[in-house]
Write a protein of this length. Structure first.
Lengths: 126, 126
DNA sequence: TAGAAATCAATAATCATTATCGATTTGGGT
DNA sequence: ACCCAAATCGATAATGATTATTGATTTCTA
């Protein structure tokens, strides 16, 4: 990997906020969190940096819940559970499906990533 | 066909358009398709009826691609492949892929549906 | 230290979706 | 058929998330 320039303080704060939570935040959630430390930060800066992190492959979109894109800073392959009532997103690290990925390759489909998402009611809502 | 006699003509046309395509259409796609037969239909009517069909459980959201919600009229359990270049969505009817079962019920999570989505380049784009 | 590049805040623009509202159509009872 | 209430609709405005623009400020580099 090429040597990467250091991130600015705000950019680092955004990335750390994404990576140090399990809640799979939206842009607005990150914005409100960062505002405590950087009161003059702009929501546009959050979006701009999320786009940048996505290009670099260090964060990814989990899903769109109630019109809001939700972000995950964990790059290890794993699945998700999305509560259809409260919108919470939970990680699921329990994967036995990697063996069947080759099925699609035969037909010319090049798989870059796989996303298994369960929908239902979480333990707080059921 | 999928026609239900208690539906209005336009409502039936919208549902049939959704069910008779494999392209997992967006609201705008449906709108443009229906306009051939009903030139005075409104985009709001498309959205209103999609919401109604979703409440009835006869269509569902597959994913959000480039900011557009994509709809599926097939209710049988199956998976999807989404091309990250052209945005096409393909059905995957494969028992092995759809037969993943619940690990989460022990912890109070009530699974209502499951969604397996692959991202990559389709055979036209790769 | 200067000049260039990166980054930012503020704000406007865009675009998908939803809400509103008055008009029109539909369907059941007479 | 006719009436009326409910369903449905088209037009349009409103909403809300995201993106683009712009000019200022900070950071990097030589």
């Amino acid at each position: 990997m090429n040597k990467r320039k250091n991130f600015s303080n705000k950019r680092n704060a955004i990335l750390n906020t994404i990576c140090n939570t399990d809640c799979h935040p939206s842009a607005k959630w990150i914005y409100n969190k960062i505002k405590d430390k950087y009161p003059d930060i702009s929501l546009g800066t959050i979006y701009r940096n999320i786009a940048l992190f996505k290009e670099e492959g260090i964060v990814r979109t989990v899903a769109t819940v109630n019109g809001e894109e939700r972000i995950d800073g964990k790059t290890e392959p794993h699945s998700h559970f999305i509560c259809t009532k409260c919108g919470s997103i939970y990680d699921i690290f329990n994967e036995e499906l990697t063996a069947v990925d080759s099925i699609l390759c035969d037909e010319g489909f090049k798989i870059e990533s796989k996303c298994i998402t369960y929908y239902g009611k979480c333990n707080k809502c059921s």
